[in-house]
Design a binder for this molecule. Structure first.
Ligand code: KG4
Ligand code: ZN
Length: 332
């Protein structure tokens, strides 16, 4: 049975995971709260923190997995997309380990990690599907034919869905990351109180846009004298309803266009329970199967990187130690 060790440092989460066969032996994640004070991720702060956290996480992952590093069959790291100086930390450590233990190195695309994460359950076999990847940095609709065979159907033309959640949360005086905060307020709010736009719902393509929605929320806030808890809850619920409706309707349309039988959903925003519930209902209505990533695999983690790496390793892939990280690494 093969054992993979993966490191994820593409943005502000440092993560290490160890996977043996289909069993996740360890999955360590350290988030960086420092960036909140700056209102966004500061690349140099992020990379210095990765350098601080990675050795500690590596040590605790090995301890939890109760294995020796010499038992690892291949070392993997996220090679992009992401922040260059952050990616370099994880990739350098994984390459150093591969070199030191004379084992293969695998450079993994972060988006492939998210994309395949719904299959990290059940029988672990990748089936053809139409996949919605919704995170803080990306909003993608992808046609997945098999491992490594992907076509991008659509993407956001401006803000990512998670970015919109984070920015609207900030306008409402809520903490970062904004997604879980908005979801918490939305549970208590009236989603029909504010009629926010459903951008690009009828654009005739599979692209998204969330910046107009964000601006509509900003104008609505400016019109209100003060934001009481009730108004914050109603704004959150109405904003969330608008995002979810667009994500669900456009995913269903893409699945229909591709003749897909299976829809998958992954990325940080897919933690959102309203999105999961609405997608489930829409798939049931259309007679489609739905696979959503487990909540612990939705936000950035190394388990999804280890899983993608194990599938690639099994299929005979390995990367050259000279392979560079690529901040704009394309999925297809
Ligand atoms: O996948 P992820 O950890 O990082 C990227 O690869 O970007 O996604 C983080 C994003 C953040 O924007 C966060 O606000 C959002 O996922 N998010 C959520 C929820 N939990 C996290 N958005 C909506 N509802 C949630 N429950
Ligand atoms: Zn991510």
């Amino acid at each position: 049975m093969q054992t993979l060790l993966a490191i994820e440092t593409s943005c502000d989460e440092t993560a290490v995971a160890i996977l043996r066969g289909n069993e996740l032996l360890a999955s360590e994640v350290a988030s960086q709260a420092e960036h909140e004070a700056y209102g966004g991720v500061v690349p140099e702060v992020a990379s210095r923190n990765h350098l601080l956290h990675a050795p500690r996480l590596l040590e605790s992952a090995v301890k939890k997995a109760a294995i020796g590093l010499n038992e690892v069959d291949a070392f993997a790291a996220t090679a992009g997309p992401g922040l260059a100086s952050s990616l370099m930390i994880g990739a350098s450590i994984a390459k150093g380990l591969a070199l030191g233990f004379s084992k293969p190195y695998l450079a993994i695309n972060h988006l492939e990690g998210h994309l395949l994460s719904p299959f990290f359950a059940g029988n672990f076999a990748i089936e053809p599907n139409v996949s919605l990847v919704v995170s803080g940095g990306h909003t993608l609709l992808v046609e997945v034919r098999a491992l490594g065979h992907y076509s991008i159907l659509g993407r956001t033309v401006d803000d990512a869905a998670g970015e919109a959640f984070d920015k609207v949360a900030k306008m409402l005086g809520l903490d970062y990351p904004g997604g879980p905060e908005i979801e918490r307020c939305a549970l208590l709010g009236d989603a029909t109180r504010f009629g926010f736009p459903r951008s690009m719902l009828d654009s005739g393509d599979h692209n998204f846009s969330f910046s107009g929605l964000k601006t509509a929320v900003r104008y609505q806030i400016a019109k209100l004298a003060a934001i009481s808890d009730d108004i914050r809850n109603d704004l959150s619920a109405s904003f969330q309803r608008a995002v979810v409706e667009v994500l669900v309707k456009k995913t269903m349309r893409a699945a229909l266009d591709c003749g897909a039988k299976l829809v998958t959903v992954s990325g940080g925003v897919s933690c959102n329970r309203e999105l999961r519930a609405q997608m489930n209902e829409a798939c049931n209505r259309a007679g489609l199967k739905l696979l959503s990533a487990a909540p612990m695999l939705c936000t950035d983690n190394a388990a999804m990187i280890a899983f993608a790496a194990s599938l690639r390793f099994e299929a005979g892939f390995a990367s050259d130690l000279a392979e560079e990280i690529d901040p704009n690494l394309a999925l297809a």
